[in-house]
Design a protein around this ligand. Structure first.
Ligand SMILES: O=P(O)(O)O[C@H]1O[C@H](CO)[C@@H](O)[C@H]1O
Ligand SMILES: O=c1cc[nH]c(=O)[nH]1
Length: 306
């Protein structure tokens, strides 16, 4: 069951003939492998994957979703499935897998290679994946949630470039428009915080890469910064973060239905420092979790009826 697309099973694709020739596949940064773990038994029922930068956030999302789905462990213990490594953390409750990815494109790309292979080896079908993250907003009230329409690079083009064998390969960063719309509708029903659909700029850095004036180095003026952010805004950019482009590109290649849902922690037109209290930032960080938790609950209700 792929929400909104009939009843045909959609597998998770890998595009790599070499994988078939390998006896075992070691998912090194997860501390898992086909030779050491029964991946279909451990993960075969996964239908939703949520990813986000921080291991702590992904554990607290698991606790939240367990309570929402009434699948709480009586001891409330959710072991880290990747306990054999400290690169990433992974938690599972029922059909929902929650995985941390660290900061930036290289970190999430490594995680996604291994996650996509994991879902493939586990014979998962009809998987929806959502990045639940934080971002800097442009012209939005802090705390607004942005569901990404298109992920753009730092020149406002909707593409992800990677050098492979010395050649630049350009990949598409489209996300699933119907999933984005469904998430927006969920937010309207929830009616707890502002949510918009817009473009997200994905950068290679938090400071100079996002036109901040407060890094260790800065060679531009406040006006240069404002001009750049205004140009981004004219290109439809609502928020800035650091993983959406490769996330969109890799999910599209593997046939995963994907969305990026990030809360804005500040309005970059008004400043660079995150000077809200930890409590306020924590409340903001929960918003994508609340929205995606609601969406998952609604989808599971639909699945149980069909
Ligand atoms: O909150 P997460 O998911 O880590 O995402 C955002 O926060 C980090 C920077 O603080 C970057 O990884 C950016 O993409
Ligand atoms: O300004 C911000 C806030 C969170 N994450 C980012 O990448 N940028």
């Amino acid at each position: 069951f792929h929400p909104g697309s009939g009843t045909v099973d959609h597998p998770v694709f890998v595009h790599n003939p070499h994988l078939e020739e390998m006896k075992d596949d070691i998912l090194y940064h997860f501390g898992l492998g086909t030779g050491t773990h029964n991946l279909p038994a451990m993960f075969g029922d996964v239908k939703f994957v949520c990813v986000g930068g921080s291991p702590w956030r992904m554990k607290s999302f698991t606790e939240y979703i367990a309570a929402e789905l009434r699948m709480e462990d009586p001891k409330s213990e959710y072991p880290n499935i990747c306990a054999g490594t400290d690169r990433y953390a992974m938690y599972k409750v029922g059909p929902v897998l929650s995985v941390s990815h660290g900061m930036g494109i290289p970190s999430i790309a490594i995680m996604l290679h291994e996650l996509i292979k994991l879902l493939h080896h586990a014979h998962c079908t009809d998987v929806t994946i959502v990045r639940i993250g934080t971002s800097g907003g442009i012209g939005l009230q802090p705390g607004t949630v942005v569901v990404t329409k298109q992920s753009m690079d730092a020149t406002f083009l909707p593409k992800f470039e990677q050098v492979i064998l010395g050649k630049t390969v350009v990949r598409n960063t489209d996300l699933d428009p119907s999933l984005a719309e469904e998430l927006l509708q969920c937010s309207k029903k929830l009616n707890q915080f502002e949510t918009v659909i817009g473009n997200t700029m994905c950068t290679l850095d938090f400071y100079e890469g996002q036109a901040r004036l407060d890094g260790a180095f800065c060679s531009y003026t406040e006006k240069d910064k404002q001009d750049y952010l205004n140009k981004a805004s004219e290109a439809g950019v609502c928020n800035i973060e650091m993983e959406s482009s490769v996330f969109a590109a890799m999910c599209k290649l593997s046939g995963l239905r994907a969305a990026v849902v990030c809360v804005t922690l500040l309005d970059r037109l008004n400043g660079d420092q995150l000077n809200n209290s930890q409590d306020v930032l924590h409340t903001y960080q929960q918003r994508p979790q609340i929205l995606v938790g609601y969406y998952i609950k609604e989808q599971l209700k639909k699945m149980s009826r069909s």
